[in-house]
Ligand binder design. Structure first.
Ligand SMILES: [Zn+2]
Length: 274
């Protein structure tokens, strides 16, 4: 290892400073983390790791489920890199083992199943493991009679798993239907960005759909739609606020108020005072 590599590695490890992707202000990384990744200058909601979501929402002492289901390269897929190599690299660098992590815990004493997606894991794409873990989380919610809360971010289906990833749309939709039929509440929290096959399946099937401020939510990208219909789209198209105005979602909630909002909803569902 050269001395440059050493400093580069050290810099990466300490990561003292970071830049807000919206207002471009330089921020202390730790300050951003303690603010749950909401920029203290402009309020932009950055993506947040599933474990930080769990720490923010759940009471102490939760468990992580279905980690034994791990992704494999069953099609020997290669794009600019081999899928196998991407997975190997992520295994070493990522602190999640797939683009969804399932937690079993309590939110202010209300028992829930929490699933949280991770955009840093191949764009939060839905492959076979995301679909399977989501399905098992939903069945566990039914079995234990607990609401399922899902914090979502995704670029869509995982192209490295081809048609198998598209099948997950049907599978996750059926899992939501099983929850509906068993009167188990399903609440989705859409974060930036929620697009493609995930928005076209379980993200919009929530009994209650919450979104974070200014999140990009849609199926195809705005540019593709503009080119297809040959019309200019409104400026706030595909944002949480636009979708709220059009009745597609139920509420837009700031991340700092998310736990209290979920607690209020759970208290209504459990017929207890908040
Ligand atoms: Zn900012």
């Amino acid at each position: 290892m050269s001395i440059f590599d050493f400093f580069r590695k050290k810099e990466k490890k300490e990561n003292l400073w970071t830049k807000c992707e919206e207002c471009k202000n330089i921020l202390l990384a730790q300050e951003l983390e303690t603010n749950f990744y909401v920029c203290p200058k402009c309020g932009h909601h950055h993506q947040m790791n599933p474990y930080l979501w769990a720490n923010m929402i759940l009471d102490y002492n939760y468990t992580v489920l279905f980690e034994y289901i791990k992704p494999t390269d069953f099609l020997s897929f290669k794009d600019t890199k081999k899928y196998k190599d991407r997975l190997k690299m992520l295994k070493e660098s990522s602190n999640t083992s797939e683009a969804i992590t399932i937690f079993d815990g309590k939110l202010s004493d209300y028992p829930i199943i929490l699933s949280v997606m991770d955009f840093s894991f191949i764009g939060g794409s839905m492959g076979s493991v995301v679909g399977e873990r989501f399905k098992l989380a939903s069945l566990k919610a039914v079995q234990d009679r607990k609401p399922h809360i899902s914090v979502i971010t995704s670029g869509g289906a995982r192209m490295q798993e081809s048609v198998i990833s598209l099948m997950q749309m049907a599978k996750t939709s059926i899992a939501v239907d099983i929850m509906h039929k068993n009167s188990v509440p399903f609440i989705t929290v859409l974060t930036n960005p929620t697009t493609g096959g995930v928005s076209a399946s379980f993200a919009f099937l929530g009994d209650i759909i919450i979104a974070e401020p200014k999140a990009i939510i849609g199926f195809a990208g705005a540019r593709v739609i503009e080119q297809t219909i040959k019309q200019q789209l409104p400026e706030d198209f595909q944002t949480s606020e636009f979708l709220l105005k059009k009745g597609m979602i139920d509420m837009v909630v700031h991340r700092h108020l998310m736990k209290q909002t979920l607690k209020n909803i759970l208290s209504l569902l459990f017929y207890k005072n908040a």
